[in-house]
Every structure is written in structure tokens, then in C-alpha cells.
Design a binder for this molecule. Sequence first.
Ligand SMILES: Nc1ncnc2c1ncn2[C@@H]1O[C@H](COP(=O)(O)OP(=O)(O)OP(=O)(O)O)[C@@H](O)[C@H]1O
Ligand SMILES: [Mg+2]
Length: 131
Amino acid sequence: MHLVETRNLTHIYRGNLPALDGVNFIAERKSRIAVIGPNGAGKSTLFKHFNGILHPTSGEVLVRGEPITKENVREVRKLVGIVFQNPDDQIFSPTVEQDVAFGPTNLGLDSTPRASPTLLRSSTGCPRNTA
Ligand SMILES: Nc1ncnc2c1ncn2[C@@H]1O[C@H](COP(=O)(O)OP(=O)(O)OP(=O)(O)O)[C@@H](O)[C@H]1O
Ligand SMILES: [Mg+2]
């Protein structure tokens, strides 16, 4: 079972051409993956499917082998976190590290960032103020 998987994922924003067209993506446990592409390639659109911010126009998104549903989306969001593309847009903390730690801390977990929850960054820039 893969941590995150998309199968033939297509997303069409209303009235537009497909932003994603049949994307097959797999994130294995303990892997570090860079998704690279030009502006407008669909990176952020892809990531927003990983925790139910966006829904597929067609195709599937599986987290730990299960489709994201209304019933499990809160659990999925404990596992899959997304930080803002532009660090200046972060709501809670001045550094990416502290922003990543905010969710786990509120869940009563150790706030020291480690490999989990899965960190997905859609920015190609460097985190600000991080070691
Ligand atoms: N909310 C939206 N409504 C309509 N079209 C959108 C929306 N968000 C993104 N798009 C379009 O979908 C396509 C993919 O955009 P997306 O933001 O996913 O690309 P990206 O790879 O993250 O780009 P960047 O490197 O600039 O962050 C682009 O053509 C973009 O204009
Ligand atoms: Mg983006």
C-alpha cells in the first residue's frame, strides 16, 4: 500500500483546460520527492488533492490505500500537511519549521519536526529562516 497515490487524476477548473490530465503519482513511505515543473504546470493543483482541498474531476486519490471521503478527510489531514507556497503567507509562525509543527502540536504530538506528517512544499524557493 502506498502512502499517497493518484490514479489517472484529472482536474479541470471551471471553464478551463485541464490543469491535470491523467496523472499517476506514487509517494512511498519514507521517500523524499521533488515535484518540479514550470509555473502553471499543476504542482499546487496536484498537492491540493492529497488532503482533500480539491476533488478530482476524474480519477482517484488514495491515502494509505483509501479514497478520501467526507468521513475520513479529517484523519487524512492529520497525515498530509501542506505549507504555503510563499512563506510570507504563513498564518501562524514566522518559519516553515514552526508552521509545520503547529498542526502536530495541536494534536498533542511532539512538536519537533521529523519525517511525519508528510511535508509537501509546492514552492521552488528556499524556506525562510530555517536551519
Ligand atoms: N483556482 C483556480 N482557478 C482556475 N484556474 C486555476 C486555479 N488555480 C490554478 N489554476 C490554473 O491551473 C493551472 C495549474 O496551476 P497550478 O497553480 O497548479 O500550477 P503550479 O505548477 O503550482 O504553478 P507555480 O509554479 O506558479 O506555483 C494553471 O493554468 C493555473 O492558471
Ligand atoms: Mg504552485
